[in-house]
Design a protein. Structure first.
Ligand SMILES: [Zn+2]
Length: 356
């Protein structure tokens, strides 16, 4: 097994013994102020007059979007945006289905797209008539440019670009192409053990009504259930806006990372490639910490809990304990709650932007 070996990061603050409930926005707010208040202020001051571009690199399902959105939530959604290239491409289905919007897109591409693939072929690919054509980097860049042009200037966390080796070089010129010439850029690399990704997928549950996503093992609802026939525990949706339903497993999820092994390998190669780049500052985020280093580096509430279920008569008893996984080198580790990773992101970002 290979490994990225990112440095460990300490989120523990000496003398700060308060236990924060970081599963809720209010608790998180207090937590971030206590652990990184100074750095948050520095970022906010910087973003009054400036912006930056950050490239999120990490394996599929490593939580890139979660971290970026949480950072925006703390520093200011009016100043930071998470731009997912995958979502952008998916949204195109709607655009090409609408004659008005389709026309507008074609007009834009006529002016802004330059590449080897003919525009007709691209539109055919977008309309799903041709699955053989992979969307070229030149097109992705033109689309991102359109997206950026359509919104007020903000710091951007771009997720899903670069996605292949040839796109890594493009990213060196990306800020110039996007009109962010004078703004700093930075690579944010996320290292999550594959065992974590595997269990996130395997135990993932989704509400058939409101599409809320949870995890039987890692992110329970307040309404567990027990299926006698199958001798299995499950979750009921507890979203207050939802009438409530038994949450379901998506077909294929029981296979975990098996179907995406190749993709995970490519994602890792991509990160290794980006790590060798000169001239661009890099931020290293680790999702896991070896169990024997945990006391020294973090507070217990920053560790992802594992939920266990037990039947006592008719009642379901839900237990909670620190979740242990083997990292990619086989070291017994804890996985961090997203806010703890975001504290590391904030502190490294302040340094990368030279705001110390
Ligand atoms: Zn629901």
């Amino acid at each position: 097994m290979s490994s990225l070996n990112f440095p460990l990061f300490k989120t523990k603050v000496e003398g700060l013994d308060k236990k924060f409930d970081i599963t809720f926005p209010e608790g998180r707010k207090e937590y971030f102020q206590a652990k990184a208040g100074n750095e948050i202020k520095k970022l906010q001051d910087f973003l009054q007059e400036n912006s930056f571009i950050a490239y999120l690199l990490g394996k599929k399902n490593s939580g890139k979007g979660t971290y970026a959105k949480m950072l925006a939530e703390i520093v200011g959604n009016d100043k930071i945006v998470h731009l997912s290239v995958g979502d952008m491409i998916r949204d195109l289905d709607e655009v090409v289905a609408d004659p008005e919007k389709r026309k507008e897109l074609v007009e834009f591409l006529k002016k802004n797209y330059r590449g080897y693939l003919h525009l007709d072929e691209i539109m055919a690919a977008l309309e799903g008539r041709s699955t053989k054509v992979l969307l070229p980097s030149e097109l992705i860049l033109a689309l991102v440019k359109k997206k950026i042009a359509d919104m007020p200037k903000k710091a951007i966390f771009i997720d899903g670009f670069p996605r292949s080796m040839d796109q890594v070089s493009y990213s060196l010129f990306f800020r110039d192409l996007m009109g962010y010439r004078d703004d700093p850029d930075v690579f944010v690399m996320i290292d999550v053990p594959e065992a974590v990704i595997d269990e996130r997928i395997k135990y993932r549950l989704i509400c058939p009504l409101c599409k809320t996503s949870r995890n039987l093992k890692l992110l329970a609802t307040t309404k567990p259930g027990y299926d006698k026939q199958a001798d299995k525990f499950y979750l009921n949706c507890d979203n207050p806006e939802c009438p409530g339903a038994k949450m379901e497993t998506k077909e294929g999820d029981e296979l975990g990372i098996e179907p995406i092994k190749e993709r995970l390998k490519t994602d890792e190669e991509l990160m290794k490639q980006a790590m060798t780049l000169y001239g661009v500052p890099k931020i290293f985020l680790r999702n896991s910490v070896p169990v024997d280093k945990a006391i020294e580096l973090l507070d217990s509430y920053e560790i992802t809990p594992e939920y266990t279920y037990q039947l006592e008569g008719e009642e379901i008893k839900v237990g909670e304990k620190p979740w242990q996984v083997n990292d990619d080198e086989g070291v017994v580790s804890y996985s961090l709650m997203p806010p703890a990773v975001v504290v590391s992101l904030i502190k490294q970002l302040v340094e990368a932007l030279g705001l110390k």
